[in-house]
Design a protein around this ligand. Structure first.
Ligand code: GUN
Ligand code: ZN
Length: 484
């Protein structure tokens, strides 16, 4: 089967891509809704009409049910579910992690998934929980890699293998797992066993393990984040380079009367308003929704539409080069998401090589913006700048006599030659009035320039209120204080 993953646009480590599966195409980032054949509150054909290009279902559920098993073997999954898009099947691994035991082997599930016509198949990996110690994580990873090896020899030409990246909470094991998956030539790489991290709002740990896996994986791998699909965290996950998501949240939450928003989850019972523009919310009041005999289904439809709209927003942000702004906005909805965002920013030096070279704009949104990839890149590139003689960095851009060269200053980046005033990021950077963190960050740019030009004499001209920061960040530099 023709199969491939192509990256079309990038922003941070996120991308817009095209996953080709035979004659079908899935645009990524993509949400694969989880379908349980026993409980189809939204049917696969409805999903297809809503623009859902791929879904995921659990092969183990089909395997265990005599009715669905026979039906799927006879007619194939696409006919049974009445869905013409791409169908991915999970093995019994999730059940394995929850119930500790399943009645199916690796070989059996892989053959079964192919017999029922699944296009993306998953081996019986071992989802190592975050609580597992290193010894357990190592031995389970060895088992998972063995099962991926077996899968490589069992998966035929009508399906493609998704090879899970495990390793528990250990970053070096996640990186090794990523490397081993890519070394085997697997293009679809789900990052596994992250559900317990997300359920417990451990977004800092989530960022650590996902970035560790990404370091090992080939940049061409299509990365799936197993079990992720809450709209509040999708932008963060995409920024790390995740391309596929699957979630049963839309249906599970609807069952419990929970209403998803990009800022978090609310109980329908507590809502006085429906703050959403989807078809369900525009044709109901909270009261009419609560009273509806169709409440669970309507809530599931809302939850799904909110999530699909967020995916669309993320894709647009990638095209516009505004994904950092979207991540910043989303991650302020919950302090634990903010922790994840800060962890992502700490990793900006690792993300920088993935990021695109120009963007439409850089909106300063507070201290966190000082750590963005564009700042890291700008200050790294400053070190390549060759200067001679006496150089002035002038905060207001006005030159002064007695210098061979005058550079202007743009926080949070640093010094720039006036000729680059219109180029990215200097020209596209929108700032509120200068504050201490951005000036401090810009001074780190001056320090980088000073370090890389040891033969040059530097001076900074600025208002008195900045002179303390300048000397703290660039010790020993001459400061000329503007008096007017
Ligand atoms: N669904 C959620 N997490 C996992 C995982 O680690 N492995 C598999 N196969 N399915 C999952
Ligand atoms: Zn809605």
């Amino acid at each position: 089967m023709a199969f491939g993953f192509e990256v079309l646009h990038k922003d941070i480590a996120g991308r817009i891509g095209r996953l080709r599966v035979g004659s079908k195409t899935v645009r990524t980032p993509a949400l694969l809704p989880v379908i349980n054949p026993h409980l189809q509150i939204v049917t696969p054909s409805e999903l297809y009409r809503m623009g859902v290009e791929a879904l995921i279902t659990n092969a183990y559920i089909f395997y265990r049910s005599e009715h669905y098993r026979d039906l799927a073997l006879e007619r194939g999954l696409h006919a049974v579910l009445d869905y013409p898009g791409v169908i991915m099947t999970d093995s019994g691994s999730f059940q394995l992690s929850v119930y500790g035991d399943v009645e199916v082997g690796n070989r059996e599930t892989l053959l079964f998934q192919q017999q029922i016509g699944s296009e993306i198949v998953v081996p019986l990996d071992l989802p190592t929980p975050p609580s597992a110690d290193r010894g357990r994580a190592e031995s389970e990873l060895a088992v998972t890699l063995g099962r991926i090896d077996e899968a490589c020899s069992l998966v035929g030409e009508h399906s493609v293998l998704a090879a899970p990246v495990q390793g528990g909470i250990f970053e070096d094991l996640r990186e090794e797992a990523g490397r081993e998956v890519s070394r085997r030539g697997c293009i679809v790489a789900p990052i596994g066993a992250v559900v317990p991290l997300m359920e417990n709002y451990r977004y800092r740990d989530l960022v650590r393990v996902v970035l560790a896996a990404k370091r090992g994986l080939s940049p061409g791998a299509c990365v799936h984040l197993f079990g992720a699909g809450h709209p509040a965290m999708l932008a963060l996950a995409v920024a790390m380079g995740c391309d596929l998501f699957d979630s049963a949240a839309y249906a599970l939450y609807a069952k419990e009367g929970r209403y998803l928003t990009v800022h978090g989850t609310q109980f329908l019972s507590e809502l006085q308003e429906l703050p959403c523009s989807c078809s369900v919310c525009r044709s109901h009041t909270p009261e009419s929704l609560r009273r509806s005999s169709d409440r669970e289904r309507l809530l599931a439809l809302h939850n799904l539409q909110v999530t699909l709209a967020e995916i669309a927003r993320i894709r647009q942000a990638i095209q516009d080069g505004t994904l950092w702004e979207l991540v910043d906005e989303r991650c302020r909805s919950h302090p634990r998401l903010l922790e994840g965002y800060r962890e992502l920013l700490r990793s900006a030096p690792m993300l920088e090589p993935f990021d695109r070279s120009t963007k439409r704009r850089f909106f300063y949104r507070g201290d966190e913006s000082c750590l963005r990839t564009e700042v890291v890149r700008y200050q790294r590139d400053l070190a390549r700048f060759d200067l001679v003689g006496r150089v002035l960095v002038s905060f207001d851009g006005r030159p002064a006599p007695g210098f061979d060269r005058c550079l202007a200053f743009r926080p949070p980046f640093g010094p720039y030659p006036p000729g680059l005033a219109e180029t990215f990021p200097i020209g596209q950077c929108e700032l509120p009035s200068w504050d201490e963190p951005m000036v401090r960050a810009g001074c780190r740019g001056i320090a980088a320039l000073v370090r890389s030009n040891p033969g040059v004499t530097f001076a900074v001209r600025c208002e008195d209120r900045w002179s303390g920061i300048v000397t703290e960040e660039v010790p020993g530099i001459e400061v000329l204080v503007d008096v007017d």
